[in-house]
Design a protein around this ligand. Structure first.
Ligand code: SF4
Length: 587
């Protein structure tokens, strides 16, 4: 059984401005927390077939039994119906969010309904306020953070989750920004918050976490063991040194990096060297920061010094960078300078947009413009050109402002825009979600198509592709490995630990870690079984909302450009999908 605070669910109804708390030991004992509990709450709270941008949608934030108690157990899971894909929306974020929710005395927060005026929620433990957010509606995400830090109490263990103008305008891939450099990035949580007139949540509290007296020695022993693996072995070292950007150069070298809307799987050598993690570190890295209770410091911040007026007047902006955004706003858009990529991510971040989706959509639009499917009339006068940071910055502003029908279409994602203007063969979305970084082979595309979130994080297909280079393998083996990985990740995201710590939190160690905080009875076999069950529940939610593995669109472009395994064949990928479908017994 979990601690008595962990099973408390805070229900907030924005329409009625009402709150209530229920003990849901039934869910937390069976599904641990995080993803496992969130999918069950989503099944309860999200009626079938609703409009994701209506008051009927619900947002669920959930933490897990390990949150705030063990190193790198720093993430919060958000679940909702996605306005981008029309089915499962799930996004994970660190910062101080998990610690704040847990110290506030909750295992999950469910937000329903919609407010008639802009509001933000101030959740200080059991003291909850609906505050008028009219004066900060329209204000950029970073500035909102600064304002709320001034006016709300609780600094130290306080988390501020908010949206920018993209969320307010319900751009379908708007994100929610957390603290200063973290995001609930993918699948449109920001748009759902915007549709509810919910500008922000401030969560704080100062409760302490109770551990069973008899277990304190065990807890310290397991804690030290885990901390030792995190800081004294190479399990997470690479995330500290160069951050996730450290793998970019090698990925490009093997031809697994999508460049200019996947015109090629490899950027020219000078661009790869320019946009590699090593170059960022040498040129612009100013510091590393961490999520709360994580010693790794994988969040890499660049300082960009720019003249704003002739005569030696400079401003310095601190901008986070990582491999996924270097791919989408750098490689995909043909950027040739670190500084240009940083300028672009700053524009995206201020408005609170998912940087992966934004880059992929602009890459499609650039190719469609080159091919004459769209013209200056559509773009409101912009001449879309690879590598043109000024034009792309303006296009991003226009996506949010929506001055023409074309930008309104871009704001709905590339799946939608290409269905209106054509160019679907090179519209790089899978299941409605814009493509993540990798063009490594069949495993990464099977991951994108069949993964519950259509994200590289579902089952790390890119990693499997690279491990399989030069080896013989069958489609059945690929499906089996991907499914096993995705099922296991449901456990990590139910506990909730950061996926970067997956080598630390092994099936052998997790039962010990749970037992040491008084959560008894878990074995590695039982965990694996639960992972399978949670994965199926997520897939069933998708199928319930109309997702279909038989009819899913596959962009032709991925079969035209060699991967590190050579050219991918459509019939092979369709066959792998059929095996996957049979293996999960549904869809
Ligand atoms: S490894 Fe990075 S993303 Fe993961 S919890 Fe630590 S700082 Fe956050």
């Amino acid at each position: 059984m979990q601690s008595k605070d962990m099973n408390r669910v805070l229900y907030i109804n924005l329409t009625k401005r009402a709150t209530s708390v229920e003990r849901r030991g039934d869910l937390f004992d069976e599904y641990l927390g995080g993803t496992g509990v969130a999918i069950k709450l989503l099944e309860e709270e999200c009626p079938r077939g609703i409009d994701p941008l209506s008051a009927d949608n619900s947002i669920i934030f959930a933490v897990g039994p390990l949150s705030a108690l063990y190193p790198s157990a720093s993430k919060t899971v958000a679940m909702f119906k996605s306005p981008l894909t029309g089915n499962l929306g799930e996004s994970h974020c660190g910062g101080r969010s998990a610690m704040a929710i847990k110290f506030a005395g909750y295992g999950a927060i469910v937000i329903k309904g919609a407010s008639d005026i802009p509001v933000y929620l101030a959740i200080h433990g059991d003291d909850i306020h609906f505050r008028d957010a009219s004066s900060i509606w329209g204000v950029e995400a970073q500035t909102v953070g600064r304002i709320l830090r001034e006016v709300e109490p609780g600094s130290g263990v306080r988390s501020i989750i908010r949206i920018g103008s993209a969320g307010e305008k319900q751009v379908r891939y708007a994100c929610a920004v957390c603290e200063t450099y973290r995001h609930f990035g993918r699948l449109g949580l920001g748009a759902v918050m915007g549709s509810k007139n919910l500008k922000a949540l401030v969560i704080s509290a100062d409760k302490s976490l109770e551990l069973p007296k008899a277990k304190r020695k065990d807890y310290k022993k397991v804690y030290d063991e885990l901390q030792g693996v995190v800081v004294k072995t190479d399990a997470m070292e690479k995330y500290h040194d160069l951050g996730t950007a450290g793998k970019i150069y090698d990925l490009n070298k093997i031809g697994g990096m999508a460049y200019k809307n996947l015109e090629s799987g490899q950027a020219p050598e000078e661009i790869a060297r320019e946009l590699a993690g090593e170059n960022f570190a040498e040129k612009v890295l100013s510091r590393r920061v961490s999520c709360a209770h994580c010693p790794v410091g994988c969040i890499h911040l660049a300082s960009l010094r720019e003249m704003y007026e002739p005569g030696y007047y400079f401003k310095t902006s601190i901008i986070p960078y990582d491999n996924e955004t270097i791919y989408s706003l750098g490689f995909m858009l043909g950027m040739t300078k670190v500084e240009d990529y940083l300028r672009l991510i700053d524009v995206v971040d201020r408005r609170g947009m998912d940087a992966i989706s934004t880059g992929v959509i602009l890459a499609w639009a650039t190719e469609a413009y080159e091919k004459g499917l769209i013209t200056k009339e559509h773009t409101d006068g912009l001449e879309l050109r690879w590598g043109d940071v000024q034009v792309y910055s303006e296009a991003i502003r226009k996506i949010v402002r929506m001055p023409t029908e074309f930008y309104r279409d871009l704001a709905r994602g590339v799946e939608h825009a290409s269905s209106v203007y054509g160019g679907q063969d090179y519209a790089l979305a899978f299941g409605g979600n814009e493509m993540p970084e990798y063009h490594t082979g069949i495993a990464c595309y099977l991951n994108n198509l069949a993964g519950a979130r259509h994200s590289h994080l579902d089952s790390a297909g890119y990693d499997l592709d690279q491990k399989l280079l030069g080896k013989e393998f069958t489609l059945e083996e690929v499906v089996e490995k991907l499914l096993k990985e995705e099922e296991w990740r449901q456990i990590l995201s139910s506990l909730v630990v950061c996926f970067f710590a997956r080598k630390v939190y092994t099936p052998a160690v997790i039962p010990k870690a749970l037992d040491a905080i008084g959560v008894k009875g878990w074995t590695s076999e039982k965990l694996e079984e639960l992972g399978r069950e949670i994965h199926r529940a997520k897939m069933n939610f998708k199928f319930r909302e109309g997702f279909n593995l038989d009819t899913i669109r596959i962009p032709k472009r991925i079969f035209e450009v060699p991967t590190p395994h050579g050219l991918l064949k459509e019939e092979e990928l369709r066959k792998a999908l059929a095996i996957y479908k049979e293996r999960i017994g549904s869809g």
